[in-house]
Design a protein around this ligand. Structure first.
Ligand SMILES: Nc1ncnc2c1ncn2[C@@H]1O[C@H](COP(=O)(O)OP(=O)(O)OP(=O)(O)O)[C@@H](O)[C@H]1O
Length: 381
């Protein structure tokens, strides 16, 4: 039977934890290396990851398929052992050279893409599943209410919609009162409307439970929309961990710029104070010094430039051609082949070109760009 009553954990996090404590490092990953048993000797899945999740923070783990996001969650939860390095939760080592704490004693909740609910248990018994013997179940009742599942306690998972199942999975993960919740692409099986609603509710739900969250996604827009900070991974290495604003304004590597901003990378050469690309020249932005031409040759530098900064001129003799296009409602997103480079362009709806259209591409005057690896702000000349 569902017991009512609002437990004290309903207080928002900011009131529960003093501001200085909210900066405390809650989960720490120290020089973490991991390799699966059947991988080759140099087949590292994670390579020297240093990362700290702060108290009460929602952090996104973002990166392309296979970069090691799920593996990182599994190491924190205790489903995998790191080969080198350590995992600390609340300052206590839970995995390391000489310590190992079993998953059920780490105080970590998990939410999976496929809900992983128990099909033979109704919603109430699913929500209470992780409670310890004698633990107050009013928290589970409060969570079902908080997540909009009140009245559905006696339904089985197959009698719930996808969105309701994922809400139930979240309630089950939070019911035992974990200090951190790990979410592995929790919204990817949901339709757009439910996904948008649930993801916008997640930060408040975690905050009301006083839990920190680490959420895996391969969708940059999702990570930037809801996370306090986002860690960007590629091939097992951490490229950057920063606030969404900082990632957008100051990407640390060319990969972060391309993946997070969905921007273009053009090979560049430094000559006579200018940055030369196949599509046009750029100069250092106002107040920036000209890059030293001695800093590498062609191929050592790349210019990160937005899909709005490239112009398409139809030309049957042009060196570029249209590979495809997507209708975005208010504009087109074109994919183009230009030499060995694939580029993305955003164009107003009146510029409608078919697949295979030959064209010339050029940079639009005055648009900002960034030179990598120097991270030098540029402007199209
Ligand atoms: N149990 C395993 N045994 C061997 N290799 C594994 C195992 N699990 C994952 N891998 C490999 O480790 C790498 C990272 O996998 P992981 O699932 O962490 O990536 P991911 O970033 O979460 O990918 P996705 O976004 O596609 O889910 C991949 O190359 C994968 O094939």
């Amino acid at each position: 039977m569902v017991r009512r009553g609002r437990p004290p954990i309903a207080t928002p996090l900011a009131e529960l934890i003093p501001a200085d404590l909210q900066q405390r490092e809650h989960v720490q990953l120290q020089a973490l290396w991991h390799r699966y048993p059947n991988s080759p000797a140099d087949g590292w899945t994670l390579q020297g990851i240093d990362l700290a999740l702060r108290q009460g923070e929602l952090m996104g783990l973002l990166g392309p398929s296979g970069c090691g996001k799920t593996t990182l969650l599994r190491l924190i939860a205790g489903f995998e052992r790191p080969e080198r390095g350590a995992v600390l939760i609340d300052g206590r080592q839970v995995a390391g050279p000489s310590r190992w704490l079993v998953p059920e004693r780490r105080g970590v909740g998990m939410v999976f893409q496929d809900y992983a609910l128990f099909p033979h248990l109704d919603a109430w018994r699913n929500a209470c599943f992780g409670l310890r013997r004698g633990q107050d179940s009013s928290r589970a009742a409060w969570l079902l209410e908080l997540l909009g599942l009140e009245g559905l306690e006696h339904r089985y998972p197959h009698e719930l919609s996808g969105g309701q199942r994922q809400r139930l999975a979240l309630a089950r993960a939070l019911a035992p009162g974990p200090s951190v919740v790990l979410l592995d692409e929790p919204f990817s099986n949901l339709d757009v409307e439910v996904r948008l609603r649930l993801r916008s509710e997640l930060p408040a739900v975690l905050s009301q439970c006083g839990a920190s969250g680490l959420i895996v996604t391969h969708d940059p827009e999702e990570a930037l929309a809801i996370c306090d900070r986002v860690a960007v991974l590629r091939e097992g290495r951490l490229h950057q961990c920063d606030s969404p604003r900082q990632l957008v304004d100051h990407p640390a590597t060319a990969f972060v710029g391309r993946f997070v901003l969905q921007a273009n990378l053009l090979p560049a050469e430094l000559r006579q104070g200018l940055v030369r690309t196949a599509l046009g020249d750029l100069h250092p932005a106002e107040g920036q010094q000209a890059p030293d031409a001695g800093l590498g040759g062609h191929g050592d530098h790349e210019v990160l430039i937005s899909p709005e900064a490239i112009e398409l001129v139809p030309d049957s003799m042009g060196e570029a051609w249209v590979l495809g296009r997507e209708f975005l409602g208010r504009e087109w997103l074109y994919q183009l082949q230009c030499g060995s480079d694939k580029l993305r362009l955003r164009l107003p709806l009146e510029f409608e070109y078919g697949r295979g259209q030959r064209c010339r591409l050029r940079l639009r005057r005055g648009h900002p760009a960034l030179l990598f690896p120097l991270r030098l702000p540029l402007q199209v000349a």
